[in-house]
Design a protein around this ligand. Structure first.
Ligand SMILES: Nc1ncnc2c1ncn2[C@@H]1O[C@H](COP(=O)(O)OP(=O)(O)O)[C@@H](O)[C@H]1O
Ligand SMILES: [Mg+2]
Length: 248
């Protein structure tokens, strides 16, 4: 099965608020898709639909060829084990060490300790966090937390990785480091990824394809070079030279 994710005519409203209106796209193995859109457009809702946390009002969602709203819950949970999710707020366990956080996906799995240790240390090295395994989450900066969250999402080598606003709240320098790391991981691990973002740099740096989400619809679908050439006036207008709020 070449298609990792398929959405067909997905619609979702919250009472009067029509958030997603007839969204269709698919992502193939090894592909990196960015969904670019302004704050509040429905990017997080879209990711939650993809993992089956929110049920759409209409439409179909397939993961690895399976219609996730037509299978048993136990099967959905099994499919989710093949997905790494990097949350917008990193969502680390504050009371645990960096090592324990990254090793967490192996809890209750039959993997021997030495192998877990090797995987965790390898992933920490991949995100430039070698030697930080005994630090507490409370000792980390925002950028370090993000890198640990990425290591945790990828440690089991999932078939699909979802990133929710990977650079949100980071200063530009730290954001660039995170972009560089995600790009390197995509390449070296041949990850299939969906990255939702309001940061044009993320889309230009990491996407094979960019879906521009606007007013509930896929307003355009472009390659990063087409965007850089200014083929979407709307994207240039909405995202050119924007500033974010920072946290280090
Ligand atoms: N559980 C919910 N109940 C009601 N409205 C929601 C819920 N989740 C999201 N929304 C609304 O859906 C819209 C899109 O939200 P979201 O996906 O978080 O946007 P973003 O693109 O910033 O991630 C917003 O108007 C938000 O208020
Ligand atoms: Mg969001």
């Amino acid at each position: 099965m070449d298609e990792v994710v398929q959405l067909e005519k997905v619609c979702k409203s919250f009472v009067e608020n029509k958030v997603l209106d007839n969204i269709s796209f698919s992502v193939k193995t090894g592909e990196s898709l960015c969904v670019l859109g302004r704050s509040g457009v429905g990017k997080t809702v879209l990711l939650k639909i993809i993992v089956g946390l929110i049920r759409p009002d209409r439409g179909r969602v397939k993961l690895f060829g399976r219609d996730i709203f037509r299978i048993r819950r136990s099967e959905l949970l099994k499919l989710r084990e093949d997905i790494g999710f990097v949350f917008q707020n990193s969502a680390l366990f504050d009371s645990m060490s960096v090592f324990e956080n990254v090793a967490y996906p192996f809890v209750r799995k039959d993997v021997d300790e030495a192998q877990v240790r090797e995987r965790v240390l390898h992933m920490l090295e991949m995100v430039n966090m070698k030697g930080s395994e005994y630090l507490r989450v409370s000792e980390l900066s925002g950028g370090m937390k993000k890198r640990v969250a990425i290591a945790r999402a990828l440690v089991t080598e999932p078939r699909l990785v979802l990133y929710d606003e990977p650079t949100a709240g980071l200063d530009p320098g730290t954001g660039s480091t995170v972009i560089e790391i995600i790009g390197r991981l995509n390449e070296e691990k041949k990850n299939t990824a969906i990255i939702v973002t309001h940061d044009l740099d993320v889309a230009l740096s990491l996407a094979d394809r960019v879906l521009f989400l606007h007013e509930g619809r896929v307003a355009s679908e472009l390659t990063p070079s087409e965007i850089a050439e200014g083929k979407s006036e709307e994207i240039t207008k909405l995202f050119g030279g924007q500033e974010g709020t920072y946290e280090n």
